[in-house]
Design a protein around this ligand. Structure first.
Ligand code: ADP
Length: 270
């Protein structure tokens, strides 16, 4: 039997190398902690509607004679089920967006079409609060990406602007194209956010007022989804706000100049 000699180059244990190793471990531990945190948060969030549905079902089982009570419980069960469905949908959407190997279809997209569709889908909730959606002038601007995802991002921002604003106010949607950057701003006349709240709003499940968010159908994941979509498109989303002065969320995306766009289909692996 011959002897197999394997030469292994061992990196010298310099102080720098040890620090690098330690840093790596901290990073792994941090990723692990974030993941565990997410699982814990998801379980907590799912337990609320599931618990409510099962309590209501129990109450219905010992069915009171009173038809009005039966109807009220059934209607609350439907509300809780809808909440559960929205939550599950957002959790799936977010984990899909975070996945490393999601291939998405990317095309030259007219940002005006994205704005128009997002505004269209938020008309109903705006009308129900008598909120005017003031859309600024359009101008030619192309970006590169997935139209459906971009609509979801803008729609989440307009939806929030409407949900966190008082009745009879205005939500503005503006477009600017400067130096190869396409910027879409969504401004509201709502309560605004303190600097501490602004630091946290893009975190998963963070809500300034959990009861209000749940009441208006929020899942606490909307802004995390926006952030992922925008960064997957090579852009960024920023927030300007001050208490009692409303909020402005701005999405900036790289402009696709018409000469470089061939309008063809590209599949890009994330
Ligand atoms: P939610 O589903 O609760 O709306 P989001 O991730 O979309 O979750 O937003 C997180 C929190 O940020 C909201 O619960 C709300 O407190 C705050 N928020 C988001 N958009 C606005 C806004 N336009 N004005 C004031 N507060 C906002």
């Amino acid at each position: 039997q011959g002897t197999l000699v394997v030469q292994v180059r061992v990196a010298p244990l310099t102080e720098e190398y040890i620090l690098l190793l330690a840093d790596d471990r901290t990073e792994i531990a941090r990723t692990e902690a974030v993941r565990n945190d997410f699982v814990a948060n998801v379980s907590h969030e799912l337990k609320t509607p599931v618990g409510a549905i099962s309590l209501l079902a129990e109450a219905l089982e010992s069915a009171p004679e009173d038809q009005a009570t039966v109807r009220r419980f059934a209607s609350r069960m439907m509300t809780e089920s809808a909440r559960l469905a929205a939550l599950v949908q957002d959790i799936i959407e977010l984990s899909r967006l975070q996945g490393k190997d999601v291939a998405r279809v990317a095309l030259a997209v007219d940002i005006n079409a994205v704005i128009a569709e997002a505004v269209d889908r938020t008309r109903l909730p705006a009308q129900s609060k008598n909120i005017t959606l003031a859309v600024g002038a359009s101008q030619p601007a192309l970006v590169y990406g997935d139209q459906g995802q971009l609509v979801t991002a803008l729609r989440n921002l307009i939806d929030n602007a409407v949900r966190y604003s008082p009745d009879n106010t205005q939500v503005g949607v503006g477009l600017q194209v400067i130096d190869g950057v396409v910027a879409v701003s969504i401004s509201d006349q709502g309560d605004g956010l303190t600097p501490q709240e602004q630091d946290r709003v893009f975190e998963r499940f963070y809500r300034v007022d959990a009861a209000r968010s749940r009441h208006t159908g929020g899942t606490g994941l909307g802004l995390s989804i926006v952030k992922h979509i925008v960064s997957n498109h090579g852009g960024e989303v920023t927030l300007w706000s001050a208490p009692k002065m409303g909020s402005t969320f701005t999405v900036r995306l790289p402009q696709l100049s018409p000469s470089t766009s061939d309008g063809g289909t590209h599949h890009r692996a994330e």
